[in-house]
Ligand binder design. Structure first.
Ligand code: KG4
Ligand code: ZN
Length: 340
């Protein structure tokens, strides 16, 4: 049975996992860097790469020991090599290469977005993943760095339908959180407050960029929120903050679900996935579930732990690549910007 070690260090999460060819996650460990970046209100690249250097090898040793897995049990190593912060990518890459050489294991470089695309298909002891990877589906990837809508015709066969022209959806959440003075990372804080608030339609604009377009734009929403907050009397009560979060979240979610709806109608796909850090958002999950019902399509969302960056999604994407016969050499390079 194939068993792949996945290594993810493209941004600020150090994560490693073991995934087998049943798409089953034996275990996935992560060392969050949130607390070291929080004082700066965002990711500091040098601190991120240093933290990966400190955390990565001990995390791999812990993963193997905890699960009583030995190197002969492992069939390959998958590591994110694109896109991401260059220093962060290098740490994962040199570690993957060194382990591959030392233990004579095939190595495969993985595109981070391909990892997010397969995350809804991961199963573990508490969660059953989706099983329609070999069928065509629509995929919305929404994270801190990406907002992309794809028609996935099969694994490794991607047609980009549209993408953000400016900010990513997660960035839009994080920047709004920062404007409200909420702690970093802000997306989850906005989600938490929004659950207690009431969305007021019309507070914030929804940019659809025309009904024919599958592109997104969140910069107008961000500036409108900035102006709106400047005109309000500070400090805001928690109830006022909650209503603003609900309205802001609703503005993002309604645009995402409207574009998804159009993509499902256009492609005729019976299945769709929503993945990436923002797919953990409770409002987005609800909206997608009702879209699935409304259109009679099957939706798969990753388990919340596999929405944000994690080693399991990289292990699965790498496993599928290795099964196709793809291999990376020791010349595998980190690529900060790369499309899928
Ligand atoms: O996929 P991810 O971990 O990293 C990137 O590849 O970018 O996504 C992180 C993003 C951050 O912007 C974070 O604020 C957002 O996902 N996020 C959320 C929620 N949980 C994470 N945004 C809205 N609601 C959430 N519950
Ligand atoms: Zn990501």
């Amino acid at each position: 049975m194939a068993l792949v070690l996945g290594i993810e260090t493209s941004c600020d999460d150090t994560s490693v996992a073991l995934v087998n060819d049943q798409f089953f996650v034996l275990d996935c460990l992560a060392a969050s860097q949130d607390s070291v970046h929080a004082p700066f209100g965002g990711v500091v690249p040098e601190i991120a790469s240093r933290s990966h250097t400190e955390a990565l090898m001990p995390l791999i040793v812990k993963l193997l020991e905890k699960n009583n897995i030995h190197w002969p049990d492992i069939t390959g190593i998958a590591v994110t090599n694109r896109p991401g912060l260059i220093g962060s990518l290098i740490v994962g890459l040199v570690t993957g290469k060194a382990l591959g050489m030392a233990h004579n294991k095939p190595l495969i470089g993985v595109h981070h977005l391909e990892g997010h695309l397969v995350a809804p298909f991961l199963s573990d002891s508490t969660h059953q993943g989706a099983n329609f990877l070999d069928k065509g589906f629509v995929a919305l990837v929404v994270s801190g760095g990406h907002t992309q809508l794809y028609h996935v015709r099969g694994f490794a066969d991607y047609v980009l339908l549209g993408e953000t022209r400016d900010d990513a959806a997660g960035e839009a959440f994080d920047k709004f959180a920062k404007m409200l003075g909420l702690p970093y990372p802000g997306g989850v804080q906005v989600d938490r407050l929004a659950q207690r608030g009431q969305a007021q339609g019309g507070t914030f604009p929804r940019s659809l960029l025309g009904s024919e377009s599958f592109d997104f734009s969140f910069s107008g929403l961000k500036s409108s929120a900035y102006r709106h907050l400047q005109n309000l009397k500070a400090p805001l009560t928690e109830a006022e903050q909650a209503d603003l979060c609900a309205s802001y979240q609703e503005a993002i979610v309604s645009v995402l679900s409207e574009k998804l709806k159009q993509a499902l109608i256009k492609t005729g796909c019976a299945h769709f996935v929503v993945t990436g850090g923002v797919s953990a958002n409770s409002g987005l999950r609800r909206a997608c579930q009702s879209l699935a019902q409304q259109l009679g399509r099957e939706l798969a969302l990753p388990k919340p732990a596999y929405c944000t960056d994690n080693g399991a999604m990289i292990a699965l994407a790498g496993l599928l690549r290795l099964q196709r016969g793809d291999r990376s050499g020791l010349d595998l390079a980190p690529v900060p910007r790369a499309s899928l």
